[in-house]
Design a binder for this molecule. Structure first.
Ligand code: NAD
Ligand code: GLY
Length: 354
């Protein structure tokens, strides 16, 4: 069955389609939303290319599009200015015009990099997201945030640039290593905490990869719909969309604590959510049972409940230096299962609690 969710942004509405086997229909579906496109500039990575590019290439050709493939090395290091420049150059040498289309085939790294290249080449061309990791399917391919990393930090140069279409084929998830699948589960669990008690309970009833894969289409549809709801109300991340950062402020500290090597983003977010729930209990905002259930659920998916972190790394991650003692921030807390709020506090107060 095909699930379709429409991200109804004024003047830039687009569909998210979810169905097994969708990769094989990508050409006709891209042609339907970009009928003027002749060339499809596909960006993918070195792991995904051998697995899924051949099917995409065939489908694009059958739809009358000319595919050109650009492969970047797998891994976060490819979200960098040098790869972006290579993409721009590749697009121009391939003869890309403003009526053509860029296609991101891969995880969040490829999606963010290809999306930013599409936002900037020729002052912006259409792009399509074909996410192939769980994290990219439930989070990064939806909502139009695109970016690269700079030496000063992650995602520091980017743009809000919405895709024209998102095609999710859950069959692509079967080839994910367990740790990469678990990373995505941290974000899936996050949606349950901040936006749907019923969804959280349904995850508790299926605490394994196999259990989730048995109902993967509805899991993807629920997550994308919850994200859609926040994105359409706050595309530019000034208010409600920040609720998606539950677990991420402390998660950044844990990524930093492991120098971006020891802990993956999903692992760091997992420990960040559990710690935020514990802090919420201390502050009298979060019911204690939520912290317990959340810790049990992340553990069931092999995600950590806690990660060691120094005060220096916490301070750096929340942006507290000696000059910033009085600075205020919002910590996302869960006040009841399926509901979150932005809790205002002084950064120094948070550091003290940690
Ligand atoms: P990733 O893109 O690096 O993918 C993880 C690994 O899985 C890579 O080695 C990749 O080659 C491999 N892979 C991808 N699909 C596969 C498949 N189907 N089978 C086998 N291997 C596969 O990482 P990710 O976790 O997907 O994304 C992380 C990135 O997403 C970060 O850069 C983060 O900043 C970004 N992100 C962006 C947003 C947003 O809103 N734009 C949101 C969350 C995260
Ligand atoms: N991943 C957070 C956001 O899209 O806002």
């Amino acid at each position: 069955m095909l699930h379709t969710i429409t991200v109804d942004l004024p003047g830039r509405a687009y569909d998210i389609h979810i169905a097994p086997g969708l990769l094989h229909q990508a050409g006709e579906r891209i042609h339907a939303v970009c009928p003027q496109a002749a060339l499809a500039y596909v960006v993918t990575d070195s792991n995904v290319h051998p697995l899924y590019y051949p099917a995409l290439e065939r489908s694009l050709q059958q739809a009358g599009l000319t595919p050109v493939c650009h492969v970047v090395p797998a891994g976060e290091a490819s979200k960098c200015p040098a790869q972006l420049t290579r993409l721009w150059e590749g697009m121009l040498s391939a003869g890309l015009t403003r009526s053509d289309v860029v296609v991101a085939l891969g995880g969040g790294v490829v999606g963010d990099l290809a999306g930013f290249s599409a936002a900037t080449i020729l002052r912006g061309v259409d792009y399509i997201q074909i996410p192939t990791t769980l994290l990219a399917q439930v989070d990064s391919s939806v909502g139009g945030k695109t970016a690269i990393d700079l030496p000063q930090g992650k995602n520091l140069a980017g743009a809000f640039w919405q895709p024209r279409l998102v095609l999710m084929d859950p069959d692509t998830l079967h080839t994910l290593p367990d740790e990469v699948f678990a990373d995505g589960m941290a974000e899936v669990i996050k949606y349950g905490c901040i936006a749907s008690e019923a969804f959280f309970r349904s995850l508790e009833r299926r605490p394994s990869r196999q259990g989730i894969m048995a109902v993967i289409e509805s899991v993807l549809a629920v997550c994308c719909d919850l994200k859609r709801e926040l994105v359409v109300q706050d595309e530019r991340d000034h208010g409600l969309r920040m609720l998606l950062n539950f677990g991420h402020t402390l998660g950044h500290a844990y990524e930093l604590a492991g120098r971006y090597q020891t802990w993956s983003h999903g692992q760091a977010v997992s420990a960040g959510m559990v710690r935020a729930a514990e802090l919420g209990v201390t502050l009298g905002v979060t019911p204690p049972s939520i912290a317990v259930r959340l810790a049990e659920l992340v553990s069931a998916f092999g995600l950590p409940r806690s990660i060691p972190c120094t005060q220096e790394d916490y301070a750096a991650a929340i942006g507290l230096d000696k000059k910033g003692q009085g600075a205020r921030m919002h910590l996302i807390l869960v006040d009841r299962l399926g509901h979150a709020l932005a809790y205002p506090m002084k950064k120094a107060q948070l550091l003290q609690l940690l």
